[in-house]
Ligand binder design. Sequence first.
Ligand SMILES: N[C@@H](CCC(=O)N[C@@H](CS)C(=O)NCC(=O)O)C(=O)O
Length: 236
Amino acid sequence: MTLLPGSLRSQYYEVDPYKKPAELLELSPKGLVPALKLHNYSPPKALNESTVIIDFLEELALSDARRSSPTTESLFPPASDPYARALVRLQADAVNRNVVPAFYRYLQAQEEDKQVDGAKGFVDAILGVVALFKRAEDEGYTTYGLWNAAGSLSYADVMIAPWILRATNVLKHYRGFIWPDNEALQTYVQKVLANPAVKRTCSTEELYLDSYERYAFNRPNTSQVANAINAGRTLP
Ligand SMILES: N[C@@H](CCC(=O)N[C@@H](CS)C(=O)NCC(=O)O)C(=O)O
C-alpha cells in the first residue's frame, strides 16, 4: 500500500491482504494489494489494480520529470513510436493473461501429476513472453526492456518481475522449481532480480514463503485468488 502526498514523494507500507485491514479496504474494494492513497486530494483519493497503478505512476513520473528532471526514463518507448509501445504492451499482456494464472495453478496443484502439468504450464507461459521479447528484438527494437543487452527497465519487465522473483523463492521452496536450461532466459532472470528498482520492491524471503504457504497447501477459503483458480474463474 503506497501513500503519495504531493507528487512523487511516497511512503510504502506492507499490509496483510489476507487479514484485510480497514485502511486497505478503504482503498481497494476487494481488499487486494496493491493500492494507492493519494494525499494530494482532499479528502484523499484511492486507486487499486496493479496495471492501473503502474500506468498512473508512469504518467505521474513523466509529468513530474517534465517539470523538474528531464532525465527520468519512461517504461515505454517514445510516443513517436506507437508500434514499439504496442510490442511492450503485448509482452505485458502475456504476463497478466498467462504467467500469473499459470503461477497459481502450479503452486496450488497438490497431486504430483498436476504439479508436473503446472510446472510445464508455468514454463510455457514464461517462454511465451520470451518469444515476444525475441520478436521485438528480431524486428530491430533492441533498447526497450532488460531482455536486451542495452535495454532499460520496461513496463513488461515490471509486470513479470514479481513472478520471476516468486519462481525463484516460492516455487523453488514449495515445488522444487528450477529454471529451464535456457541461457538467455537465465541471464534475463538474473538481470531482473539484480535491477535496483526491482530490488527496492522486494520483501524478505520469509514473508513470501509465509504468504504463499496457503496456496502451496491449497487451503480452502484463505484467498480470493486461490478460490478463483480452484473454481476455474478469471483472477480477481
Ligand atoms: N487484479 C489485481 C490482483 C491483486 C492480487 O491478486 N493481490 C493479491 C496479492 S498479490 C491479494 O491481495 N490477495 C489477497 C486475496 O486473494 O484475498 C491487481 O492486479 O492488482
